[in-house]
Design a protein around this ligand. Structure first.
Ligand code: ARG
Length: 475
């Protein structure tokens, strides 16, 4: 009989048993469930609601069950509806009477909200750590390739030359903002619902702050109805994952492009490439493509929870049982994507010569030649037109701006002098973009100071998150 079976005369239809169960998903939250039960039992004893002896028995029973699940030795009973019932009924089987007192002043509604919040904290923290590792790799590759230039693009057309380090640091900042979003998701989850009971609080003199602190929460949720109904802390995690997946996907797309024969900017290491079963020559960027592809399921999980929560009346509704699978899936997906991306970027070979050679295509100097005229007094719009005609002339001759004879420049405008060569030189063009946040080596050097400060700050933030119940590996 189910733990709630007292008021029923008949059993549930077999078709509903598997349908109604969440154990296959929420068993992954066994450590969170046990931490919650341990904190609840300790508080019940402290408040004189159960005896100290009962608490001791419950605590050692829970510890034994936890160790067994950790070791992969625990056999889950598929007849148990969820992790809460699986653990409570096994505890009662083992310790008898005291096990039956554990659920005093508690409902599965506040229990599941507690477990899910603890899990959201653990997953956010894991992702913050993985995010930091990728950012460290990006910084390392940026610094090690400090003089490498490549064509910066707009509309996927050659635009102006940029430093590779600048390009990679753009991703660094995207992932830095993702870290902040994960941190916000951690913060949102960091409040204890335990003590809300089914929906209205309980008649027992519970100490909600004591259980909250024992589980590592920094605060309690001030409204019992909200405590059992709210899942927007998970939506925060989903959104952080979705944005990070989008950023990973953009980087992955560039890796796919850059490793193609057409670009040839990078060569992926064998350890992050795959071959073809039919074409012996192939070396494919499968893992970058897969990271790009995983974005869809992560967005899907966000949509699923948004729709699941829409229109739910207060307070708990069984619909909410659909909340955990997507969150676990997105977090697992993202932590793999971050790890694989970090490895792939860390081990890829940068073909600096190919990148530099590509800068010889597409008249990357055009803006600087126009700026040259403007700085000599010609209105910029006019200068733009003069250089536009020079580019057209290049197209007719089949050459680049920097290949045009000096006389052609002079015919176009008497303002051109022999020093025009400096406006045509790729390294000089890059070095001239000294605006804060620009691509010159000096500006990037300044940027790296902000990068280091943000890395150190975020590393300290992860270190200072406090006690977090980690996800168990046993279930
Ligand atoms: N398995 C349920 C869930 O994940 C636990 C809470 C069930 N509560 C209830 N009153 N049916 O949401």
């Amino acid at each position: 009989m189910a733990l709630w079976g007292g008021r029923f005369e008949g059993g549930v239809d077999v078709s509903t048993q598997e349908f109604g169960a969440s154990l296959p998903v929420d068993k992954h939250l066994y450590k969170q469930d046990i931490a919650g039960s341990r904190a609840h039992a300790a508080m019940l004893a402290k408040q004189g609601i159960i005896t100290e002896a009962d608490y001791e028995t419950i605590a050692s029973g829970l510890a034994a069950i936890e160790a067994e699940i950790d070791a992969g030795a625990f056999v889950f009973d598929i007849n148990d509806e969820d992790i809460h019932m699986a653990i409570e009924s096994e505890l009662t089987r083992r310790i008898g009477e005291a096990g039956k007192r554990l659920h005093t002043g508690r409902s599965r509604n506040d229990q599941v909200a507690t477990d899910t919040r603890l899990a959201a904290k653990a997953l956010s923290k894991q992702l913050m750590e993985a995010n930091l590792k990728l950012r460290q790799v990006l910084v390392r590759v940026a610094i090690d390739n400090g003089t490498v230039v490549l064509p910066g693009m707009t509309h996927l057309q050659h635009a102006q030359p940029v430093l590779l380090s600048h390009h990679l640091l753009a991703y660094y900042w995207m992932f830095t903002r993702d870290f902040k979003r994960l941190d916000a998701a951690f913060e949102a989850a960091d409040a204890s619902p335990l003590g809300a009971a089914a929906l209205a609080g309980t008649t027992y003199p519970l100490d909600r702050v004591a259980t909250a602190y024992a589980m590592g929460f920094t605060r309690v949720i001030p409204n019992s109805l909200d405590a059992v109904s709210d899942r927007d802390f998970l939506l925060d995690l989903h959104f952080a994952c979705s944005t990070m997946a989008m950023h990973l996907s953009r980087l992955a797309e560039e890796i796919v492009l850059w490793s193609s024969s057409e670009f040839g900017y990078i060569t992926l290491s064998d350890s992050f490439s795959t071959g073809s079963s039919i074409m012996p020559q192939k070396k494919n960027p499968d893992f970058a493509e897969l990271i790009r592809g995983k974005t869809g399921r992560v967005y899907g999980n966000l949509m699923q929870l948004l729709v699941t929560c829409k229109g739910l009346p207060l307070a708990y509704n069984k619909d909410l049982q659909e909340d955990k699978e997507g969150a676990l899936d997105s977090a697992r997906t993202l932590s793999q994507c971050l790890e694989v991306m970090a490895g792939m970027v860390d081990t890829m070979h940068i073909n600096a010569e190919r990148m530099r050679a590509a800068c010889r295509v597409g008249h990357l100097a055009a803006t600087d030649v126009a700026d040259y005229l403007a700085k000599k007094g010609m209105p910029f719009r006019e200068a733009h037109a003069v250089v536009g005609h020079l580019v057209l002339e290049c197209d007719h001759r089949g050459c680049q701006l920097e290949d045009l004879p000096f006389e052609v420049f002079q015919e176009a405008s008497p303002l051109f002098a022999p020093d025009i060569t400096s406006a045509l030189d790729i390294d000089a063009i890059v070095a001239a973009r000294t605006t804060e946040g620009g691509t010159s080596p000096s500006a990037v050097k300044e940027q790296l100071k902000f990068v280091r400060t943000s890395l150190v700050g975020d590393e300290a933030r992860v270190g200072g998150l406090g006690y977090v119940v980690s996800m168990g590996a046993g279930a």
